[in-house]
Design a protein around this ligand. Sequence first.
Ligand code: AMP
Length: 276
Amino acid sequence: MQVCATVAEVRAARPNFATLGLVPTMGFLHEGHLSLVRASRAANAATAATLFVNPTQFGPNDDFGRYPRARERDLDLLSAAGCDLVFAPEVETMYPSGFETRIEIGGVTEGLEGSVRPGHFAGVATVVAKLFNIVQPTRAYFGQKDAQQVTVIRKLVRDLDMPVEVVVQPTVREADGLAMSSRNTYLTPEQRRDGLALWRALSSARALYEGGERSADRLRAAMAQPVAAIGATADYISIAHPLTLRELDVIGEDGALLSLAVRLGTTRLLDNILLP
Ligand code: AMP
């Protein structure tokens, strides 16, 4: 496995691979990330991962400074998973002085995470565009865990005619249902137990849907209960159209994206499922 820190090193290595899958990450890897590496390996001649905690997608009150980092452990995991190339740049490599470009995507960035984290998706879209230009992958792999991010990246690729196939993989969960996240490491044992409220909320709404309920308000109310039961506040509890991410009144033929974000102390947890 080759580890690159500069754009020139990646450019020099790229012709060695007929097809290349890219797994962009912020590191502190878990099974969710490794499932993306495995999916990429199954479909491409080679797989590249990036380790980069991107400062521009964090707001002033977000956790950039304390975001967990474990570079050597991450490199070991990627090597063991069969990754061929890792791009792990410094912030100055991605954003040298004089950097002044931002990709703003409308519509799908307005609700959900976008409503709570202004500027977050401009940071994501800009860094992903840079990573695509640097690595020039055939396919790029993202997790359903970050459902709105997937929608934003699909739109980025379509609107800017990027020659990349976007592949989405299911959310990997702990045995009890908690979605794996690098941020789970922040949780105290009590918060770890409370974190299950997100999975309970999604599961109870899904059960109602499977029983025939189509009123979005009644599903939102069902999702609110487990969150209220742990005394937490949700940033949002959403039943949205799976493509436009607009809030629904009634779930129709296209189904729905059920999502929520909950604060436990200073940690924000996200989760979602697609219906049907
Ligand atoms: P991150 O390092 O958190 O930016 O995540 C890097 C990629 O891994 C993103 O495409 C995430 O959606 C994906 N990912 C994170 N957690 C999970 C998970 N539990 N299951 C599947 N994919 C995930």
